[in-house]
Every structure is written in structure tokens, then in C-alpha cells.
Design a protein around this ligand. Structure first.
Ligand SMILES: [Zn+2]
Length: 232
């Protein structure tokens, strides 16, 4: 427990034990996932699952620091190697593929999902499955100097945020490494607070712009067909 002395001052021994008994799935081991995996592992989460079918490329390292030295390797495998060095107490399960409708049921093995995907398709697959099965998840997204985070516990959900989703975000998006640091840290805080039963960003979308340093919230209500059906 020596490793967690300072953290126990904040969340108590009970809180620490809860984290050590918890299972969190990180979907996407890219820019956001690198930050989330780092702080979840440091905090002593009992088991971390990591999903990613991509391979580490040189241009990822500007923000995906956990993959240093692993160019050419699968990102989920690379992230597992990082966690093993950072905190050997943490059990890691690797899923070296991208999530789709056929394999999404792996999320059922976890208490909370950190949704760090870089595309709408994966977000919607995870959203729909989690809403139907009452699995909490924390969504994060980044673009250039801007980011957003929200927590979905049943309803409202990610679909309630927008009326439509483009087919693809397409190609190389602009991104600053520190934007991932801010959004990923907020996601990690949300995951830990869900596990500890603390207040979260449920029904609130937190957005920030690191150019103007403005942080603001948008409240949202259940309004998508999925939530309407669920609440009927
Ligand atoms: Zn919804």
C-alpha cells in the first residue's frame, strides 16, 4: 500500500481497496488512452482491459507517449508492456483488435468503460451496448486545442448530444499532445469517481478550448430514440 499513501489521504483506505477490486476497459490506446491508461494504472485499478487494433507509428509519439520504443507493435500490446513497467500490481487484459458489433460484448466484463476512440462508429457501438446493458462509460474527444468529456450512466447518452453523426471523421486530424493530457485526465477522474460513487458529469458535457482557456458545460437531456425507448 506504500505506493498509494498520498492517494489514500484523498480517498481513504476503503476507496483504495475499491479501486484495487475494480475492472476498467480502455477503448483505444491512442492520445486519450495513453493518458487514461497511465493514471488508471498509477492509481492501482485492479484490472485494466485495453482494446486497440492499430499499430504504433512514429507520428503517434507526439502524444501517445506510452508507446515509446514500440513503433511497429500493436498498441494494446504496447500499452500492456507500459503498464507492467509502471505498476506490476495491475492485471492487464489485451484485446488487439478494434471493437465492432460482434465483439463489443467484452465490455460486459468491466465495471466502467473509458471510451477513448477517435471515431463516431466505435463511440456509437459502445454507447448503444452500454446504454442497453447499464454499463457506465466516460466519453472523451479532442481536436486541435479543444476537447470534450461527458459521463454516461444509463440516460442521457452520447446519442442525445448530437442529432446526427458524420460517416467518418476522415484522415489526419490536427491535435496538440497536451489537449489529450487535459481531456484524458478529466476522463480518468470521472472513471475513478464512478468507481467511488462520487458525483460525475452525467447529463453534462464539459468542453474546453486551450487557446482561450475557456472551460464550459452544456447540460443535455434524454432525447435520442434509444433513451426514449428505455425510459418509456
Ligand atoms: Zn440517448
Amino acid at each position: 500500500m506504500d505506493r498509494y499513501v498520498r492517494q489514500i489521504l484523498a480517498i481513504g483506505e476503503d476507496g483504495q481497496e475499491k479501486l484495487m477490486e475494480s475492472k476498467v476497459l480502455v477503448v483505444g490506446a491512442g492520445g486519450l488512452g495513453s493518458v487514461v491508461v497511465t493514471y488508471l494504472a498509477s492509481a492501482g485499478i485492479g484490472k485494466i482491459g485495453i482494446v486497440d487494433g492499430d499499430v504504433v507509428e512514429e507520428h503517434n509519439l507526439q502524444r501517445q507517449f506510452i508507446h515509446v520504443g514500440n513503433v511497429g507493435k500493436n498498441k494494446a500490446v504496447s500499452a500492456m508492456e507500459f503498464v507492467e513497467r509502471l505498476n506490476p500490481d495491475v492485471e492487464v487484459e489485451v484485446y488487439p483488435f478494434n471493437l465492432n458489433e460482434r465483439n463489443v460484448q467484452i465490455v460486459k466484463n468491466y465495471d466502467v468503460i473509458a471510451l477513448c476512440a477517435d471515431n463516431f462508429e466505435t463511440r456509437l457501438i459502445v454507447n448503444d451496448f452500454c446504454v442497453r446493458n447499464d454499463i457506465p462509460f466516460v466519453h472523451g474527444a479532442v481536436y486541435s486545442f479543444e476537447g470534450e468529456v461527458t459521463t454516461v450512466l444509463g440516460s442521457p447518452c452520447y446519442r442525445c448530444l448530437y442529432s446526427s453523426f458524420p460517416k467518418q471523421e476522415g484522415g489526419e486530424q490536427p491535435i496538440m499532445g497536451f489537449t489529450c493530457g487535459v481531456a484524458g485526465s478529466i476522463q480518468c477522474a470521472e472513471v475513478v469517481k464512478i468507481l467511488l460513487g462520487m458525483e460525475t458529469l452525467k447529463g453534462r458535457l464539459l468542453r474546453f478550448d486551450l487557446r482561450s482557456m475557456e472551460f464550459f458545460e452544456v447540460e443535455y437531456q434524454p432525447k435520442c430514440p434509444l433513451c426514449k425507448k428505455k425510459l418509456d
